[in-house]
Design a protein around this ligand. Structure first.
Ligand code: GDP
Length: 445
């Protein structure tokens, strides 16, 4: 028998209201026990006095509501107790619930897990919900809400159905070789796979954009040793830019710092830090630094004013028209020299005095806006590494299907492609869709 679970749905701490959620076969009985009344109308809030059923002592007064399954968040019977957000109230109420037979505390994510198990949401919606709860910026909130609402699931389910439709074509040829199949059946199958491959490739390409919004844009800071990269990142962190990382304070010895600016999250990677962190395995450190720079959404190239324009500085190798060029240590003078021809005009700052930091923030904000403009246009991107890996898997299977030397192998690869797409949402049953498609075929009835 499945347990009835309960947990506060609201964050701990002093608050006007806290909500305790109960889900499972005993949820409505538990609501009746702590409210002293049994006649609960579905989805109708009632003002009641909550009591500890063991002693009859009043715990608090507040609102109760019953959501009989399956029309509930988890699909099971659910009850909510809206009480005052005091730790003493919650402690007493949850102790009373825990003392009831069949009730126990919920594990992390267990309410959502049950919603998934009961078909109330697919995996991407559950991930969207987790992202929405964690959203700190406007773009994160928008993307998470779309995913929770099923935009990604619909896109994936469309692709999966098409993979299975292609599979149905191939299986038709295998299973009914003697039947009167139209001559172009095979060619149509290949056409379906080709079109599908193009769309799965387009989907895989969205992973970067989705991850950029979800985790924030990646900003890499490059420059020669002692150009002042670490000082600059520290300055940024202490300026108008909020540090999002839990152990905020200083970037010293930290490779990456999460920040937010103008409603957008971003992560600054100080490549000097990467190298220092690598220590003895310097070569690996340099490789990682180079990858961070190559994959960055925004690059900041830092030059020291006393050497500027530093014609022989290898940092120039990373500079293109989109790079944010910074001349640091403007307090030392010599920062005014123009950039070499063809190179972007620099922002001149001093990490030591703070001069020019406003200009740098404004320039960085423009770069971040440009980097996220393309992400905003994408309605239902892949947002997690899990999605990206499965999309690549589906893509590889489709490539194999196109190159397959025989129909059996082609069918198997299509099946694998459909599975990989289905694993993103948690729908992996191929047979039900196959049945549906075959029933439309009218081959051999
Ligand atoms: P990194 O190796 O590029 O990370 O450079 P650091 O941030 O460690 O700075 C190298 C040296 O330059 C340190 O001694 C800093 O104090 C100094 N420095 C950094 N920014 C400035 C600045 O704006 N003006 C001056 N005068 N010195 C700076």
């Amino acid at each position: 028998m499945s347990h009835t679970i309960f947990a506060p749905a609201t964050a701990p701490g002093r608050a006007g209201v806290a909500v305790v959620r109960i889900s499972g076969p005993q949820a409505l009985a538990a609501l009746a026990a702590v409210s002293g009344r049994a006649d609960w109308q579905p989805r109708r809030m009632e003002f009641v006095r909550f009591v500890d059923p063991a002693t009859g002592e009043a715990v608090d007064r507040g609102l109760g509501v019953a959501f009989p399954g399956p029309a509930s968040f988890t699909g099971e019977d659910v009850a909510e107790l809206h009480v005052h957000g005091a730790s003493a109230v919650l402690a007493r109420l949850t102790a009373a619930l825990g003392a009831m037979p069949g009730l126990r505390w919920a594990e992390p994510g267990e309410f959502t897990r049950r919603a998934f198990d009961n078909g109330k949401m697919d995996l991407t919606a559950a991930e969207g919900l987790a992202d929405l709860i964690a959203a700190e910026t406007e773009s994160q909130r928008r993307q998470a809400l779309r995913q929770m609402d099923g935009a990604l699931a619909a896109r994936l389910e469309g692709l999966r159905t098409r993979a299975i439709a292609a599979l149905a074509f191939v299986e038709a040829v295998i299973d009914f070789p003697d039947e009167e199949l139209p001559d172009d059946t095979l060619a149509r199958g290949v056409g379906l796979i080709r079109d599908l491959r193009a769309e799965v490739a387009a989907l895989a390409d969205t992973a970067r954009l989705g991850a950029r919004v979800r985790r924030g844009a990646a900003v890499a800071v490059v420059g020669a040793p002692n150009a002042g990269k670490s000082s600059l990142v520290n300055r940024l962190a202490g300026w108008e830019v909020a540090i999002v990382s839990p152990e905020a304070g200083t970037t010293r010895d930290r490779v990456s710092v999460e920040m937010a600016l103008g409603g957008q999250a971003f992560t600054v990677t100080d490549t000097a830090g990467l190298r220092a962190a690598a220590g003895a395995v310097e070569a690996e450190g340099i490789r990682r630094a180079e990858r961070a720079v190559a994959e960055a959404d925004v690059r900041i190239a830092v030059f020291a004013a006393d050497l500027w324009p530093a014609a022989d500085d290898p940092t120039w190798r990373w500079v293109d028209r989109d790079t944010l060029v910074v001349v640091n240590k403007s307090d030392l003078g010599r920062a005014d020299a123009p950039a070499p021809s063809g190179m972007p005009e620099p922002v001149r700052v001093s990490a030591a005095t703070g001069a020019g930091m406003d200009d740098l923030i404004a320039a960085l904000r423009r770069k971040l806006d440009a980097a996220s403009a393309d992400a905003a246009g994408e309605g239902a991107p892949l947002t997690r590494e899990r999605h990206r890996a499965l999309a690549e898997e589906a893509l590889a299977a489709l490539d194999r299907a196109l190159a397959a030397p025989g129909l059996e192998l082609q069918a198997e690869d299509l099946r694998l492609a459909a599975r990989a797409l289905g694993r993103m949402t948690g729908r992996i049953d191929v047979e039900d869709v196959l049945d549906r498609i075959f029933s439309e075929f009218c081959i051999g009835k």
